[in-house]
Design a protein around this ligand. Structure first.
Ligand SMILES: [Zn+2]
Length: 287
C-alpha cells in the first residue's frame, strides 16, 4: 500500500501522507500537483510578465494568490495565513512567532525552513525538483517545513531543522515524523565528477554512501554520477535520532512524473512551482 494519497477536490489535486492524516484534527497538510502553480521567485518579482488565463490576463502574483486560495480552501485553511519565505538555497531555519503572514515578507528573506508551535500558521515551501520535508512532532505539537534541494542537502538544512526543533521547542527526535515529498530522485539527479567528489567527501561517513553516489552514464567521454539526495536526508535524520518508521518517503520523482509535478530539470526557466503546506489547527474546528 502507498504511504500517500492523491486527492482531487473540485479540480484541485494534492498529495497527502497517510501518516499525517492520522493527526488530521490537529495538523493539516498538502503538496500541490499541477495545474496549481505558486510561481518562482523570478516570475513573481517580474510584474510586467502577464500570463493569460482563459480570456483574462493575470499577473503572476495574482495567480499565485488565487492558487494558494484554491489549495487552502480544499483543506479548509485560510490562505491569508500563509507564510512563504523567500528561498535562496540557504541553510537558514527560522521560527515563526507573531510575525505578519505573507509571501516574501522581510522577516523571512533568504530563509529555507520554517518551524512553529503556533496554530493557524500555514508554513509554505516552494519546490520544482527540490526536496520538501514536512515535519510534525505530535507530542510537543511542533511543525516544520524545509526546502532541501541539493544545495540545502549539502548544507544539512534537514539536520539544522531537527536541531532547532530540539533546542527551541524541546522536541525529542524519536517523536518527530518527517514526510518526504516528490522531488528529483537518483534516477535523474545527474552531476559531474567535481560535485560528486564534494558530496563524497562530505557524506562518506554515512553507512549507505555506496548507494548514495553511483557512477552513471558517460557523456562526451566524461563520467557522470547519480546522487541520491533523498537517501542523504534519510540517513542524516536517522543519525539525528529519528525513527526509521517515522521517516515517510512518497518515493515519487518529479522528473519521471513531470506531467503531475513542476520540474526545473524538465521545464527550465519556464517551470512553475509546487508547494508543500502544513498548519496546526484547533481540534475539530474549522478556522
Ligand atoms: Zn526520475
Amino acid at each position: 500500500m502507498e504511504n500517500y494519497i492523491i486527492k482531487n477536490n473540485n479540480g484541485i489535486s494534492y498529495l497527502q501522507f497517510t501518516k499525517l492524516l492520522e493527526y488530521e484534527d490537529i495538523v493539516k497538510h498538502a503538496i500541490s500537483l499541477k495545474p496549481i502553480d505558486i510561481g518562482s521567485n523570478d516570475t513573481l518579482l517580474n510584474i510586467k510578465n502577464e500570463i493569460s488565463v482563459g480570456a483574462h490576463c493575470m499577473c503572476p502574483w495574482q495567480r499565485m494568490i488565487n492558487n494558494y486560495q484554491k489549495l487552502c480552501n480544499a483543506i479548509n485553511l485560510d490562505y491569508k495565513r500563509v507564510y512563504r519565505p523567500y528561498q535562496t538555497h540557504t541553510d537558514i531555519v527560522k521560527c515563526v512567532e507573531n510575525e505578519e503572514a505573507g509571501v516574501f515578507t522581510k522577516n523571512f528573506k533568504d530563509v529555507d525552513a520554517l518551524i512553529t508551535n503556533k496554530k493557524n500558521k500555514i508554513l509554505s515551501i516552494s519546490i520544482a525538483d527540490c526536496i520538501d520535508l514536512l515535519f510534525f512532532d505530535p507530542i510537543k505539537k511542533v511543525i516544520a517545513n524545509t526546502h532541501s534541494g541539493w544545495q540545502g542537502t549539502y548544507k544539512l538544512i534537514s539536520k539544522k531543522t531537527v536541531e532547532k526543533m530540539v533546542d527551541n521547542y524541546g522536541c525529542n527526535p524519536k517523536d518527530i515524523i518527517c514526510c518526504i515529498g516528490p522531488s528529483i530522485r537518483k534516477c535523474h539527479f545527474e552531476v559531474d565528477e567535481d560535485l560528486s567528489e564534494k558530496f563524497y567527501e562530505k557524506f562518506k561517513h554515512l553507512s549507505k554512501i555506496d548507494d548514495i553516489i553511483s557512477k552513471g552514464r558517460i557523456e562526451e567521454n566524461k563520467q557522470k554520477y547519480n546522487i541520491d539526495t533523498v537517501l542523504i536526508n534519510k540517513e542524516t535524520m536517522i543519525e539525528m535520532g529519528l525513527k526509521e518508521e517515522n521517516i515517510i518517503d512518497c518515493g515519487l520523482c518529479t522528473v519521471c512524473n513531470s506531467d503531475k509535478f513542476h520540474s526545473y530539470r524538465v521545464e527550465k526557466e519556464l517551470a512553475g512551482r509546487n508547494t508543500g503546506i502544513i498548519c496546526m489547527c484547533n481540534a475539530n474546528s474549522l478556522q
